[in-house]
Design a binder for this molecule. Structure first.
Ligand code: ADE
Length: 250
């Protein structure tokens, strides 16, 4: 997967060198380009923002540097023959005014060959940037959650981490991906490791029993209880096949 990130703060993305994302880059599963939006400005102050039309607080990102950046990353086809050589990337614009990011969205992004993230700052980006970009690629406005950050950079780190761990080969044991929270519409059961007793607290006996049938049943029950306690909204949205007759009895 190729990922391009446009930002006025490239340093935010230093963590992409670390851990499994860093390893995915070294092994060639992931190719990342971080671009300073200011390199597409032409004035001495490298201006990227201006006051909002219609009034209001704060500043809005001007369209020109964004337009030039997209021209560089996704050239407009010179003629019909150029169309379709490379699949058009998906442009993701992080904004609290977007659709809320979730695991299903992470899976759909992980299926793309090429993603571009456009990190807004200040109050946001001039809307015409998104309209114009949509003439040559798919555009999605996505929120990392229902709160407001200073800008899109941290939201991009969140989304990228969720997406990259789904790429085939990034996580050694693929079972980790099927047994985690949100993999099946439920939260994962609590986890324990050694020692068996710590500060007087015992690991539940069933997990030490070696009885895989009992363990699976216990985990399923814990998963349902935890989801009901922490995220009742997930239970009410659960597909009928997520909850079976057997669960009602546990
Ligand atoms: N920019 C500011 N807040 C954001 C959020 N919650 N998600 C994505 N981008 C943002």
């Amino acid at each position: 997967m190729r990922v391009d990130i446009l930002t006025i703060f490239p340093d935010y993305f230093a963590p992409l060198e670390l851990s499994l994302i860093g390893k995915a880059r070294v092994t060639g599963l992931l190719d990342v380009g971080v671009h300073d939006l200011r390199s597409w400005t032409h004035d001495v102050h490298r201006t990227v923002d201006d006051t909002p039309y219609g009034g209001g607080p704060g500043m809005v990102m001007r369209p020109e540097p964004w337009g030039e950046a997209f021209d560089a990353l996704v050239p407009v086809p010179a003629d019909d023959l150029d169309v379709g050589l490379d699949p058009a990337p998906l442009l993701i614009v992080p904004t609290p005014a977007g659709q809320r990011f979730d695991q299903a969205m992470a899976h759909s992004f992980a299926a793309e060959q090429r993603l571009i993230f456009a990190c807004g700052r200040y109050e946001g980006i001039d809307q015409r940037v998104l309209e114009e970009a949509a003439t040559r690629m798919r555009v999605r406005e996505v929120s990392s959650g229902d709160y407001v950050l200073f800008g899109g950079e941290v939201a991009v780190l969140v989304m990228l981490e969720a997406v990259v761990r789904l790429l085939p080969g990034v996580i050694g044991n693929a079972d980790s991906l099927t047994e985690e929270s949100h993999a099946n519409g439920l939260l994962e059961a609590p986890l324990y490791t050694k020692p068996a007793v710590w500060r007087g607290r015992e690991v539940p006996e069933v997990l030490r029993s070696g009885d895989h049938g009992r363990i699976a049943k216990w985990r399923r029950a814990q998963s349902l209880l935890r989801t009901a306690a922490q995220r009742p909204d997930m239970l009410s949205r659960a597909a009928p096949e997520t909850l079976d007759k057997h669960d009602v009895a546990t």
